[in-house]
Design a protein. Structure first.
Length: 581
């Protein structure tokens, strides 16, 4: 039940009637006509820009259109007033019965309230985390994991067919470094003193991997050259790290549908096929690039390379796909991987990258545009850095030194639910401060607590009602007399509930799951405000002494709040709390 969509449909019906009467010309586009909350709630329940966007193509004054449209809208029983504001905006007030009926709709639909068919089953691939398999996931990966997972759930809730995917970078030089680092730990497991030369990974997380390698091959590789052990050690170490990464993700409640190996692209003709597809489109040539910005002429050695005409698809410069020595660049397998996604039939691709990959956005979008003939859009979301604080002091991270803060460190300290919610309290492209002390604080300033407390508070009301012998199951509550919910504070809660379906579609269109977290905080605020008013105004209390019917009506509103909070938290991957200690 999307009231905003319903009222927009009413506006369009009225516009069609005006066209039929000759008050508006035929052939007008309604694509930009909206029905949305007014900027100031005092102006009404909804506002429409219909007159403003249609005035120019209709060659009419906005206010003339608005006044005629207002008269049409007033004929509908749901609309009790339609007032023209400013140059031609139209503010609408709806009959309270509409908002009261919304409560019953929430209880009727339950966890499916707000679910949308916006996506119409379109296939969407969401690739996220995709960290190099050289160590445990750190806090930066945590943000990308939470954002990507919540986005995938949001899109699923909005009617898309979603695949969650992790791209394993297991073919680069960093995996050789990992193998050498594990070999050192292997030697250490045999009692040798080892030194980690610059460029290797000295973190203690590789100690058990070195021991596991010893358990597997014994002393067969001790003192042997790289040619004997490097390839097998690389595969073993990668598998061990991916097992660790999967366990880390699971502790956060993240489970992928597919782990795709970069290594599988080599020697299988897939890179060649992708570059061949670009070449068939006239987008591959041999050339010399201009010197990078900041390079002095004497620092630059011009070399002929195989280049992709990415500028023809929106990039700033053309990009090399093959080096002068004939080896593929790092970009080539990424092109092949995305070509694979296109060939798998996805209608939309979404990549979640760290902030340090900003320079990759245009070239990757250009590649997908070229490979799909512009059919498949690619949206790349960058997750900015997370700054960790504890006891007022910042945490320091250094992956090579092995002292970085891991995903598991964060989850172990505050739990997966708090971790996930806090990671979504800022838009993905804004820096995030994560204070271990504040995120566990029980105050209004902590959005995690505030939202969970609203859910727990409703649960407490339900328990008290049951103890008093009042039936409060959803089937009973949805048949309660909701017309008694006529106080402004009660209607404000109902109106906030009504905006949930619209919020879902807006968040899904923009790929912004943080909007759900923001909405839940606002809904919790409305409910807590109503609850506190009940301390001074008996008529607003959920439990009405000696009046079972009135109690059920009030509790129906409270219960609908917990239903929507639970649905919203599920999208974020957070479990609702029934009781606060």
């Amino acid at each position: 039940m999307n009231l905003f969509a319903d009222i927009r449909a009413l506006v369009i019906d009225c516009l069609d009637a005006m066209v039929a009467e000759g008050a508006l010309p035929a052939g007008l586009s309604y694509d930009n006509v909206t029905a949305e909350p007014p900027r100031d709630a005092a102006h009404g329940d909804m506002a429409t820009n219909a007159a403003m966007v249609l005035a120019k193509p209709a060659k009419a004054k906005p206010r003339d259109i608005a006044e005629a449209l207002a008269a049409k809208l007033m004929a509908d029983a749901r609309v009790i007033s339609a007032e023209v504001a400013g140059p031609g905006f139209l503010n609408l007030r709806l009959d309270p019965v509409i908002w009261q009926g919304l409560v019953a709709a929430v209880l009727e639909q339950g966890a499916d309230f707000g679910r949308s068919d916006l996506g119409a089953g379109l296939k969407v691939n969401v690739e996220y985390v995709s960290a190099n398999p050289t160590g445990p996931l750190h806090v930066g990966h945590t943000r990308g994991a939470v954002f990507g997972d919540a986005l995938a759930s949001l899109l699923d809730f909005a009617g898309y067919n979603v695949t969650r995917e992790y791209y394993i970078n297991d073919a680069g030089a960093q995996v050789d470094v990992l193998a050498r680092s594990v070999y050192l730990r292997y030697l250490e497991a045999h009692g040798q003193d080892v030194a980690f030369v610059d460029g290797t990974y000295p973190g203690d997380y590789l100690v058990p991997v070195g021991q596991a390698l010893k358990d597997k091959v014994g002393d067969a590789w001790v003192g042997q050259p790289e040619s004997v052990w490097l390839a097998e050690a690389r595969e073993f170490a990668t598998e061990q790290m991916m097992d660790l990464i999967r366990a880390d993700l699971k502790s956060l409640g993240v489970e992928m549908d597919l782990f795709y190996s970069e290594k599988s692209l080599y020697g299988t003709g897939q890179i060649e096929a992708a570059i061949g597809a670009l070449e068939a489109g006239g987008l591959i040539y041999e050339g010399v690039l201009e010197p990078p910005k900041g390079k002095k002429p004497d620092d630059w050695e011009p070399r002929e390379q195989t280049l992709f005409k990415s500028t023809e698809h929106g990039d700033d410069v053309d990009r090399p796909v093959k080096k002068s020595d004939g080896a593929w660049t790092y970009f080539a397998p990424d092109i092949a991987y995305h070509y694979n996604k296109v060939e798998r039939g996805f209608d939309q691709l979404i990549d979640i990258f760290g902030a340090d990959h900003g320079g990759y956005v245009k070239r990757m979008k250009a590649a997908v545009s070229a490979l799909s003939g512009g059919r498949v859009p690619l949206d790349i979301k960058l997750c900015q850095l997370v700054k960790l604080y504890k006891n007022g002091e910042p945490f320091k991270m250094s992956k090579r030194a092995g002292t970085f803060v891991t995903l598991r460190n964060v989850v172990d300290q505050v739990g997966p639910d708090v971790t996930r919610f806090v990671m979504l309290t800022r838009k993905n492209d804004a820096p995030l401060d994560f204070d271990f002390d504040k995120v566990l604080e029980q105050s209004k300033d902590n959005p995690v607590f505030y939202v969970q407390y609203a859910h727990a508070r409703v649960n407490s009301v339900l328990k008290k009602a049951k103890a008093a012998g009042i039936p409060v199951d959803d089937a009973t509550l949805k048949t309660a007399d909701l017309s008694v919910l006529d106080h402004d504070a009660e209607l404000a809660v109902a109106k906030k509930l009504a905006s949930f379906p619209r919020l879902i579609e807006t968040a899904a269109r923009t790929n912004e799951p943080h909007r759900v977290a923001f909405y839940l905080f606002e809904l919790a605020s409305e409910f807590h405000g109503l609850y506190h008013m009940g301390k001074n105004e008996e008529g607003l209390r959920s439990l009405q002494e000696s009046n079972i019917s009135l109690s059920q009506s009030k509790i129906a509103l409270a219960r609908s709040v917990s239903v929507v909070i639970s649905a919203g938290l599920a999208i974020l991957g957070v479990k609702p709390v029934d009781e606060m200690r």
